[in-house]
Design a protein around this ligand. Structure first.
Ligand code: EPZ
Length: 443
């Protein structure tokens, strides 16, 4: 049980949305320090955001532990769920959500536009209440990112969906959504999750074929099972869900963030040093670990921790990487690896297959002295001896953190503007790095 009673759950926005001043907008880094020490890994943002939506499937409280509660994206999801009528309380890494008194089935543009992850309320609302109106999230910096697969899947479950005024208007058939056999023409994390959640309350069996297999989806599925859902095949590309009448409350601990882990692993690979990452899972990073070892970095699992060493006197070796859905190399680590390869021996090729516009870090890295040329979906990275500090601009979450990593090894001072992108997905990044010897501050 969580150390607070559900009676403490408050619907007062002042309680849920603790006024947080994100006043500093820049980060200053003086490069050249090795990283040595301990970094506690936070709960996975991309699992936590979806589990918050899963709370909509029941009128009982869902208690989530190991939540990355200081992230902006978690704030945005909290704002949306509160708008719908959820009562939410947070304390340290704990969050309790109760969706008993939902009074609004519309996810408005003003909130959805802040974060695409809010589209994940569509499946749960439709499944439990029979209707939902959700703003289309639109494109974002890394690509157009349509939601057609979410919509088509729900239509196959009997939903009547129209698009009007920038909104998805969805209605379930009389008697509720019905189970269906849905094979995705393309692997999609979000569509798999939306339909997985919707199917838990549908009539009959749903089979999701060519489903995404990311660990965050498996974790969401395990949370749903604790809520009473009947699900088979989690972690495989075929997920079977037997719909039931109602789900109950549950307590679930969010898995560690593999992308945060991979980001700090790359950081140590770049600066040299030795860092213990607490509460991190190597098995979720197999593709990235294999490639990192090829560059000359040593990595070992020690119980619940990962330890990474790199002798800064030895140059890293160049490698080729290509992003792919899990268990392939994650697109969410592409920018960080590219920052590392700017300093590796020889030429490396980085190919992005998931998002069409995920090379926005390239011009910024080049401003710091990197030698990167983009050709279509690939970038050729020719290793240079040193990077030089510069003033650069953060453009999206992972591009921003790639610039932080570059700043850690660059000669002199790097200033990164618009760091709110970083605060969407990295808890206490400056503090975590400073504790390992980095000279980094927000201002
Ligand atoms: C999730 O986005 C993550 N976001 C992304 O992390 C991650 O990069 C991505 O999965 C891939 O791993 C969250 O979990 C909140 P997709 P999602 O549906 O679900 C196309 C980060 O930095 N597509 O798997 O939106 C789509 O355009 C973020 O933490 C359709 O064509 O990704 C893309 O090309 C960024 N139609 C591809 O599929 C659809 O209906 C994969 O997208 C849906 C997707």
């Amino acid at each position: 049980m969580l150390p607070y009673p559900s009676s403490e759950i408050s619907s007062d926005p002042a309680v849920k949305q603790e006024p947080r001043t994100h006043a500093p907008d820049k980060i200053r880094i003086v490069g050249g320090q090795e990283l040595n020490g301990v970094i506690p890994i936070s709960g996975a943002k991309n699992a936590a955001l979806k589990m918050m939506c899963a709370a909509l499937l029941t009128d009982q409280s869902l208690h989530l532990e190991n939540m990355p509660n200081t992230l902006r994206d978690i704030d945005s999801q909290t704002e949306l769920l509160t708008h719908l009528g959820c009562m939410i309380s947070t304390e340290r890494d704990l969050m309790a959500i109760n969706a008993k008194n939902i009074h609004d089935l519309t996810a408005p543009y003003e909130i959805v536009r802040k974060m695409r992850g809010s589209i994940l309320v569509l499946g749960p609302l439709l499944a439990r209440f029979g209707e939902a109106k959700v703003s289309l999230p639109g494109g974002c910096a890394i690509g157009t990112r349509p939601v057609d697969l979410h919509i088509k899947g729900l239509e196959e479950m009997g939903a009547d969906i129209t698009l009007e005024g920038g909104y998805i208007n969805a209605k379930a058939p009389a008697g509720g959504l019905r189970g269906a056999k849905i094979t995705f023409p393309k692997v999609s994390v979000g569509a798999t999750e939306n339909l997985l959640m919707a199917a838990t309350l549908a009539r009959g069996e749903t089979v999701l074929g060519n489903a995404a297999r990311e660990p965050e989806i498996k974790d969401l599925g395990e949370c749903l099972v604790k809520m009473g859902a009947k699900i088979d095949g989690l972690g495989t590309d075929t997920i079977r869900i037997e719909g039931i009448g109602a789900l109950s409350g549950a307590h679930h601990k969010v898995l560690p963030d593999r992308i945060e882990t991979g980001t700090y692993l790359v950081g140590v690979a770049m600066t040299g040093g030795s860092v213990r990452m607490q509460n991190a899972r190597m098995e979720h990073l197999s593709a990235a670990m294999g490639l990192l070892s090829q560059t000359g970095v040593e990595i070992e699992q020690d119980g619940e921790d990962i330890i990474v060493h790199r002798n800064a006197a030895r140059r890293l070796k160049g490698i080729d990487i290509m992003t792919d859905p899990y268990p392939g190399f994650p697109t969410d680590l592409q920018a960080q690896f590219m920052a590392m390869l700017t300093l590796a021996d020889g030429a490396s090729m980085v190919t992005e297959t998931i998002f069409e516009n995920r090379f926005m870090h390239v011009p910024e890295l080049n401003r710091m002295g990197a030698d990167i040329t983009v050709q279509g979906h690939s970038a050729i990275v020719r290793g240079v001896k040193t990077l030089k500090g510069a003033e650069v601009m953060a453009t999206d979450l992972r591009a921003s953190v790639a610039l932080v990593l570059a700043g850690l090894v660059a000669e002199g001072e790097t200033v990164i503007n618009r760091i709110y992108h970083l605060e969407r997905g990295y808890e206490n990044i400056a503090e975590k790095l400073r504790n390992c010897g980095a000279q980094i501050e927000k201002f």
